[in-house]
Design a protein around this ligand. Structure first.
Ligand code: KG4
Ligand code: ZN
Length: 338
């Protein structure tokens, strides 16, 4: 029998300091996440300089805890996988430096992982039977990508956002209606009390493109509505705005994704990224897949938002392919998905 491969994953691209120990890519022994949300909430969004500093303060404890919970030591590791981009440069640099130090000290392989590849890989952890090929909609605070996963580590990007990411739109609208940061979960909650058909907001279209997304028009439309109502002295219903806005985002995401599913005769469809924890998106994607007889995959919310188990999982498949990073690995804030 082949030897088990134990990988320490490290994630620090935004406001979560995370470490996880994962065996053979899919068995999660620990998944520690130290969130900075409380601090950034005070400023209404992520402050990059504060994020970097907090990562430095927390990363050693988070890694120690991940090893302890897993019942492992640094001696048990076969490799360290770390997010090297995209993300906030100072935040990424903390994880990358830490990973390099461990690998150098233990003389084990270092594997730089693309953050989006990590999000996609969360699906492998949640569904042990899932294998490529499949279509994946990646929706997070920084990214909105519709991707064909051809094989492990092999992607074809069908579409992406032209402007705001889906999560960014949630965060901006939440701020405008006074729900605060982070907007996604707050809009999701408020929407449950509202009527999604109370208001009609536009469904963003990108000319000559079936799979690209645009959310800035929708965001402006919500802001215009708020201003107009305020000037007229009308009361607004936050739950109705939240539900109607959310419906507009979900309609566009699911309709584009299903066009791709139909066009490519996909048998499997997955969602990933922080916005994939949105209850309306999960329900709508599940329904659309059921109608087509397509298998639907979505990780549990804790594996949708930033975590290090997904990075260790992606790193495992890179490890199997022999991919190794050198000690010149750097933080790459704008790293494109291959
Ligand atoms: O994947 P993630 O943790 O970080 C990035 O890589 O960006 O995603 C964070 C984003 C935020 O914009 C947050 O508002 C959004 O995911 N989000 C949600 C929900 N939970 C988190 N958006 C909609 N509904 C949710 N339940
Ligand atoms: Zn993310």
């Amino acid at each position: 029998m082949a030897k088990d491969i134990t990988i320490l994953g490290i994630e620090s691209s935004c406001d979560e300091t995370a470490a996880a120990v994962v065996v053979n890519g899919r068995t999660v022994l620990s998944n520690e996440i130290s969130s900075q949300i409380d601090i950034h909430t005070l400023y209404g969004g992520v402050v990059p300089e504060i994020a970097s500093r907090k990562h430095i303060e927390r990363i050693n404890q988070v890694i120690r805890k991940a090893l302890e919970t897993a019942g492992k030591t640094l001696d048990d590791l076969d490799a360290v996988a770390v997010t090297c981009g995209p993300g906030l440069v100072g935040a990424l640099l903390t994880g990358v430096s830490e990973a390099k130090a461990i690998c150098f000290a233990r003389d084990i392989p270092l594997i730089g992982v693309h953050h989006i590849e990590g999000h996609i890989s969360a699906n492998y952890i949640a569904a042990p039977e899932l294998e490529p090929p499949f279509i994946c909609l990646v929706v997070s605070g920084g990214h909105t990508h519709l991707v064909i996963v051809r094989d492990y580590g092999e992607y074809e990007i069908l579409g992406r956002t032209e402007d705001d990411a889906a999560g960014e739109a949630f965060d901006k609208v939440a701020r405008a209606v006074g729900l605060g940061y982070p907007g996604g979960p707050k809009i999701d909650k408020a929407a449950k009390e509202g009527n999604p058909d109370a208001l009609h907001f536009p469904r963003g279209k990108v000319r000559d493109s079936r799979y690209d997304f645009s959310f800035s028009g929708l965001k402006s439309s919500v802001l215009n509505y708020l201003n107009t109502e305020k000037m007229a002295g009308h009361e607004i219903s936050v739950p109705d705005i939240a539900a109607s806005f959310q419906k507009s985002v979900v309609d566009v995401l699911v309709s584009h994704a299903m066009e791709a599913v139909d066009e490519y005769h996909a048998e499997n469809f997955a969602i990933a990224g922080g916005v994939a924890s949105n209850s309306a998106l999960r329900a709508a994607a599940q329904k659309a897949c059921e109608e087509r007889g397509v298998r639907f995959f979505c990780p549990p919310p804790v594996l949708c938002t930033d975590n290090a188990a997904m990075i260790a999982c992606a790193g495992y498949y890179d490890f199997l392919k022999g991919k190794r990073s050198g000690y010149d690995l750097n933080a790459m804030p704008n790293l494109p998905l291959k």
